[in-house]
Design a protein around this ligand. Structure first.
Ligand SMILES: C[S@@+](CC[C@H](N)C(=O)[O-])C[C@H]1O[C@@H](n2cnc3c(N)ncnc32)[C@H](O)[C@@H]1O
Length: 179
């Protein structure tokens, strides 16, 4: 997957000028995609517990999208985060590190940072069982139940890419409150 794939996976959920978070942002693949879609009037909070990854990500974003305001936060998204009111957040290949009994409560707490009508986008492997690199994937057929249990509405798939690793990657969106 390249930058164009990352953009395509989240494009349907993101509007220019909004405020988004990327939770478990790593090297910033989806932070870069958000930066392109949000543009210079947008704002991003990029959260990862790996401070080294955030430093590298900051270098890439400042080179590619210097006009976009990005705040880098080294933190664990399972704990309380100081977030502004968000139009949306992305969790790309990060919620699968949370064991299934905790996925819904973790997501539900993060949803409270969304404005009414705000969106959650997950990017996940469409796999029923995990491995040591992707311990707890959320298969596409499970996304609606996970989203609704976390208090979100209208869950649906908005993108998909084939993957040599675990078959396919999909993106799912769901909304807080009424759209
Ligand atoms: C596989 S990488 C995905 C990075 C990026 N989102 C992407 O899709 O390319 C997973 C990232 O999630 C981060 N992560 C996992 N659990 C986390 C947690 N509880 N809090 C913050 N970051 C976490 C890891 O440090 C890692 O950078």
């Amino acid at each position: 997957m390249d930058h164009h794939d990352h953009v395509a996976l989240i494009r349907a959920a993101v509007r220019p000028g909004e405020t988004w978070a990327d939770l478990g942002s790593g090297d910033g693949a989806f932070t870069l995609a958000l930066a392109e879609l949000l543009g210079a009037d947008g704002a991003i909070v990029s959260v990862d517990r790996d401070g080294g990854a955030l430093t590298e990500q900051q270098r890439r974003i400042e080179a590619a999208f210097p006009a976009v305001a990005v705040r880098y936060v080294a933190a664990d998204f399972r704990r309380a985060l100081e977030l502004p009111p968000l139009d949306g957040f992305v969790m790309a290949n990060s919620l699968h590190f949370v064991p299934p009994p905790d996925q819904v409560p973790v997501l539900a707490r993060l949803v409270s940072a969304l404005r009414d009508g705000g969106r959650v986008v997950v990017v996940e492997y469409d796999a029923e069982s995990g491995n040591r690199w992707v311990p707890h994937p959320i298969a596409a057929r499970r996304w609606p139940a996970v989203a609704e249990a976390a208090g979100l509405a209208e869950p649906r798939e908005i993108g998909r890419r084939p993957s040599r690793f675990l078959g396919a990657i999909y993106s799912g969106v769901a909304y807080r409150g009424v759209r």
